[in-house]
Design a protein around this ligand. Structure first.
Ligand SMILES: [Zn+2]
Ligand SMILES: [Zn+2]
Length: 415
């Protein structure tokens, strides 16, 4: 009876997934038990690629590059070539992309074969299989983090991490990045990694340690320890993660399902000892109830931030979740202070549940200065804020992804 029930439920879930795929939902949302042969690491590696420190002299002996160029200079070169960027890492169970028709000129990110609506032309004649995919992220402009507040206030059409579609060839800012298209969309490190073992060990470390890695696939994130060697996981310092947040309930008091969020954060806390920067995009799915009761989500996030040693932690919420939450916090602070403030729609939450809001600067300043905040670093002296004191650990809450029920995607709210 028990197994009949499980099989019936699995059948229902598969049917629902197929329905979602037909409606255009990305195929990466499939879960592991639905597909075969996840490419897990072998229990023992047949070839060890990373040389131990005692064998390093072998590589240095006859190579001018490794023998004469100081390690610090080699590091700087690798950092400029392959580091310090936002990169995609993806593992999806999909058909291969169809070959590009002869003579057709593409404008899509990485030159992936897409139709006129930036949807991938999959080769459905070939069976699906697990496929790794990576690229530089061109959803954002170069150096976007340095001018985040200014860009968000003046260019609200820039997609958020949860709306990233680089994987499907749809990136807003390919043209803004230097280099030749489409090679500039690709990381381009494989030639260097395969040249020799010393090049591999230095390049792979820069790749994982100095870039922010964007991941959105459940299978990839939940199986990270089975898919990447522990030394690569140990090198990761910065992540951009998209986590679906299923909402249950009707028009009032929707309750988020936090199981998946809990699982994601457990994987990070247990396997990524060097993680210091995390951008977590909570992409709401399901009910459009307002307000959403976010207490269970905050309990998970508060516990995570106390457990880990993150220096920068940002959590974005879909618009219909963020706006009521932001309004509630803003009204509470206004009531406490008996004063009106012109606030910027982002807020810092201390792990004790208190909030700090950045506020606008005087009109006499340039616009970018008026909306400057300390994000992604915690609120600091020198930036204009109102609300609680910084009590230590905490995280930024920012407006996130578009959701289907909001007629106006990015309405900003000020006092
Ligand atoms: Zn591109
Ligand atoms: Zn991207």
């Amino acid at each position: 009876m028990k197994f009949k029930l499980i099989n019936w439920l699995r059948g229902k879930l598969r049917k629902r997934r197929r329905l979602h795929q037909e409606e255009g939902e990305p195929e990466e949302s499939q879960v592991e038990d639905d597909v075969p042969n996840l490419p897990r690491l072998p229990s023992t590696r047949p070839i060890v690629l990373t040389p131990s420190p005692s064998t390093e002299a072998l590589a240095l002996a006859s190579s001018p590059l490794f023998g004469k160029l100081p390690r610090e200079l080699r590091y700087d070169i690798l950092l400029r070539a392959f580091g310090g960027s936002l990169l995609h890492m993806d593992l999806s169970y999909v058909h291969p992309v169809a070959p590009t028709e002869p003579g057709r000129i593409l404008f899509s990110h990485t030159g992936i074969n897409t139709n006129g609506r930036f949807e991938v032309n999959w080769d459905t004649a070939v069976p699906k299989s697990w496929q790794w995919w990576s690229s530089v992220c061109h959803r954002v402009m170069p150096n976007y983090e340095k001018t985040w507040s200014f860009i968000r206030m003046s260019h609200p059409e820039i997609p958020r991490p949860g709306d990233d579609r680089c994987r499907y060839g749809d990136a807003h800012f390919c043209q803004s990045w230097p280099g030749a298209y489409p090679s500039k969309c690709k990381i381009g490190i494989m030639g260097w990694l395969l040249s020799c073992r010393q090049a591999y060990v230095e390049g792979i470390d820069v790749l994982y340690r100095t870039n922010t890695i964007h991941m959105s696939g459940q299978t990839l994130i939940l199986n990270l320890p089975q898919l990447l060697p522990p030394q690569r996981l140990s090198a990761i310092t910065s992540l951009e993660i998209v986590c679906p947040l299923q909402l249950h309930g009707v028009e009032v008091g929707a309750i988020p399902e936090v199981g998946l969020l809990n699982d994601y954060l457990s994987v990070f806390a247990s396997n990524l000892p060097s993680l210091t920067r995390l951008y977590l995009a909570l992409k709401a799915k399901g009910s459009n109830a307002r307000p959403v009761d976010m207490q269970s989500v905050f309990e998970v996030l508060d516990a995570f931030v106390l457990e880990t040693s993150l220096r920068e932690f940002t959590v974005s919420h879909s618009h219909t979740v963020f706006t009521p939450l932001y309004n509630t916090v803003r009204n509470e602070i206004t009531t406490q202070h008996h004063q009106q403030y012109k606030t910027i729609p982002e807020m810092w939450r201390n792990a004790d549940g208190s909030y700090i809001l950045p506020i606008w600067g005087p009109n006499t300043e340039p616009f970018y200065k008026q909306v400057e905040t300390s994000w992604p670093k915690p609120p600091q002296v020198g930036y204009r804020t109102v609300g609680a004191d910084v009590v230590g650990d905490g995280y930024w809450l920012v407006e996130g992804e578009v959701d289907d029920y909001t007629p106006c995607r990015f309405s900003t709210i000020y006092l």
